[in-house]
Design a protein around this ligand. Structure first.
Ligand SMILES: O[C@H]1CN[C@@H](c2nc(-c3ccc(C(F)(F)F)cc3)no2)C1
Length: 328
């Protein structure tokens, strides 16, 4: 049975975390994204005008899947599209033979400019993989039956390398018990129900329920219902929801309160220091919040601001999928 561990390296300001992956004969740094299900890469097929500064997948090592194409658009409207090869992919010593490697023939400007990432490795459910006419499986689904245990864990960290482990739980990476909750994967995501919340010294998480949420390692921030974000920033002097800046900002001199949320039988805390995400400009006087209101959607997105404060288990060992959360 296979098991392995790979470093999750934070890009600037923990905007994303990239991991070293071998695809065929090529070494790439990929953004592991539990919110999507395509493994796509910058490749020798990518126009050179779009691939400068990126490591490239050499398609000569793969077998092109005849007629297969893909086209993906992310939440922020960035995206890419291309053709598909079957090749060997190795992550932390775990080997997927005949893995669909989606080679980009076009990428949006955001990806062109983000030279720290050579593509994405999707870890959502394969039901939302975009390859047509025959849908392909994620890396995790490809190797699942060969793993010692059908699960992977995410141990992201603030400002330093964390890890993704496949096939086992490393109990040295978490303190206390792991709290498990049921997952609704009907939309292809690691969906769960978040309970009440509280702010600062009130650790009860007794407030209104946050409701439906997804665990999304590919999203940088923590998006909650607008009423929850508003209630949080009532506790922050000088905070305002500035649409020209894209959300809540506040004087960087603030000490932000912690944010507590009930999930299953546990209460999980995001330290206020994690919610002071980054200055909005070089003067460093105004800072952007790591907790923001969703754009009217009913779905909360528990991105890296939340995930990097915890040890998270993405578990398919049972008849139905579940998520586990534990303090690090
Ligand atoms: O779509 C949802 C699925 N998970 C979230 C996600 N978003 C990205 C992304 C990565 C890199 C870039 C770019 F480099 F700046 F272009 C853009 C978006 N990756 O996962 C949102």
């Amino acid at each position: 049975a296979q098991e392995g561990s790979v470093a999750a390296n934070p890009q600037a300001e923990d905007e994303a975390y990239v991991c070293p992956v071998t695809a065929g004969s090529s070494q790439l740094n990929l953004d592991f994204d539990t919110g999507s299900a395509d493994l796509w890469v910058f490749a020798t097929d990518t126009p050179s005008s779009e691939s400068q500064g990126h490591n490239l997948y050499d398609t000569s090592s793969g077998q092109q899947i005849d007629g297969a194409t893909w086209d993906i658009t992310y939440q922020d409207q960035s995206g890419s599209k291309g053709v598909v090869f079957s090749d060997t992919v190795v992550v932390g010593g775990v080997t997927a033979t005949s893995q669909a490697v989606e080679a980009a023939t076009s990428v949006s400007t955001q990806f062109v400019q983000n030279t720290g990432s050579d593509g994405l490795l999707g870890l959502a459910f394969s039901s939302i993989n975009t390859v047509q006419p025959q849908q392909q499986t994620t890396f995790f689904d490809t190797v699942a039956d060969s793993l010692a245990a059908k699960l992977f864990t995410a141990d992201l960290k603030k400002g330093e390398a964390g890890s993704y482990d496949f096939g086992y739980i490393d109990d040295s990476k978490h303190t206390g018990d792991i709290t498990y909750v049921d997952v609704d994967n009907s939309q292809g995501f690691w969906g769960f129900t978040a309970g009440g919340y509280s702010v600062g010294d009130d650790t009860s998480a007794g407030g209104d329920s946050i409701g439906s949420a997804i665990a999304d390692t590919g999203t940088t921030l923590l998006y909650v219902p607008s009423s929850v974000a508003s209630a949080y920033y009532q506790n922050v002097d000088g905070a305002e929801n500035d649409s020209s800046q894209g959300g809540y900002v506040f004087p960087c001199s603030n000490t932000l309160p912690d944010f507590h949320v009930a999930i299953g039988s546990g209460v999980f805390t995001v330290p206020g220091s994690y919610i002071n995400y980054a200055p909005t400009d070089s003067s460093g006087s105004t800072c952007f919040g790591g907790l923001q209101g969703g754009d009217g959607q009913s779905l909360s997105i528990f991105g890296d601001i939340f995930l990097k404060a915890h040890f998270v288990v993405f578990d398919q060992t049972q008849d139905s999928p579940r998520l586990g959360f534990a303090p690090q």
